[in-house]
Design a protein around this ligand. Structure first.
Ligand SMILES: [Zn+2]
Length: 295
């Protein structure tokens, strides 16, 4: 008996497919204070999946993660996309690429519907209403594009009726893809009471109406560009690595890390991989398209 069998208090059979599938979705009480989810069955299932994988039982490991994903949305703990995506990675490692794609789509849809812009904007407006203010303050963010940089460290009027401040630009809340790497946030602001949370020169009113220019330092600009470039390149490399392990598994590197290392080194093995991939019209040296971003 493993430690997780002990943790699950023998209530569950986590060592057979039937036992894992039979686990019902629990109805949880809210977590209080700094409690952790380590006694939750979805947590135990995740740990158990690691144990099954180590023992070469990918079928049981995948069943555990599938069940955990089913329980996550009903949990009293907020599980992140990466917790859900473990199932996708395990399916790929087990050669089940069609199922991996189907699960990945399900997870993306789930998170897309959870973070609708309307609700973010709605929540901000609701908070402003309850605080009886028409004003919001934008945060001071280090990593933003040249467009968003024009709007950091300001106070805006939501309705536009308060002529002392500029009108809140609504584009932030429409989640345009070109701002996918910008995380500028807004908070309700009470004139004469709230602290803006950043330094400014002169009067606050004049400061908030200063020219709308890109005020980033060279260091900030470089940091933003590198952040976007690295992430977009990793996205392409992961897509290509998935292609290799699905369609050319006999010569595909064992791990994504290994693949990236040989790509940087441009090793002989990598050049061989490129040739094999290009026969299937896949370019492993593909560059990301940055044209939409405001560097
Ligand atoms: Zn932006």
């Amino acid at each position: 008996m493993g430690i997780f069998d002990f943790l699950s208090k023998e209530k569950y059979d986590l060592n057979t497919l039937g036992g894992i599938e039979a686990i019902e979705i629990p109805s949880y009480k809210p977590l209080k204070g700094i409690s952790s989810p380590t006694e939750n069955i979805e947590y135990i299932l995740q740990r158990k999946a690691t144990e099954h994988k180590r023992n070469g039982r990918m079928d049981l490991a995948i069943a555990c993660l599938r069940k955990a994903n089913e329980i996550f949305p009903c949990s009293n703990f907020l599980w992140s996309p990466s917790d859900y995506l473990r199932l996708v990675e395990y399916l790929k490692q087990n050669g089940q690429f069609d199922e991996a794609r189907a699960e990945e789509k399900k997870i993306n849809d789930l998170f897309k519907s959870n973070v609708t812009i309307i609700s973010d904007l709605g929540k901000l407006f609701e908070n402003c209403k309850s605080m009886n203010t028409d004003l919001v303050v934008s945060s001071d963010i280090y990593r933003v594009c040249s467009e968003c940089a024009k709007n950091t460290r300001r106070i805006f009027s939501i309705s536009g009726k308060d002529k002392r401040f500029p009108v809140l630009p609504v584009y932030f809340f429409l989640n345009p893809p070109e701002h996918g790497y910008c995380h500028i946030t807004f908070y309700p602001f009470l004139y004469d009471i709230s602290d803006p949370g950043w330094d400014y020169r002169g009067s606050l009113l004049t400061w908030c109406n200063r020219p709308f220019t890109d005020e980033r330092t060279l260091e900030q600009k470089n940091h933003f560009k590198k952040w976007v470039t690295d992430n977009e390149q990793e996205f392409i490399d992961r897509k290509n690595y998935d292609f290799l392990r699905e369609f050319i598994p006999d010569i595909a590197p064992k791990s994504f890390g290994g693949y990236r290392r040989m790509k940087i080194l441009k090793s002989e093995k990598y050049i061989k991989l490129c040739k094999a991939a290009s026969i299937r019209e896949i370019n492993l040296n593909e560059q990301p398209d940055f044209s939409i971003y405001h560097f």
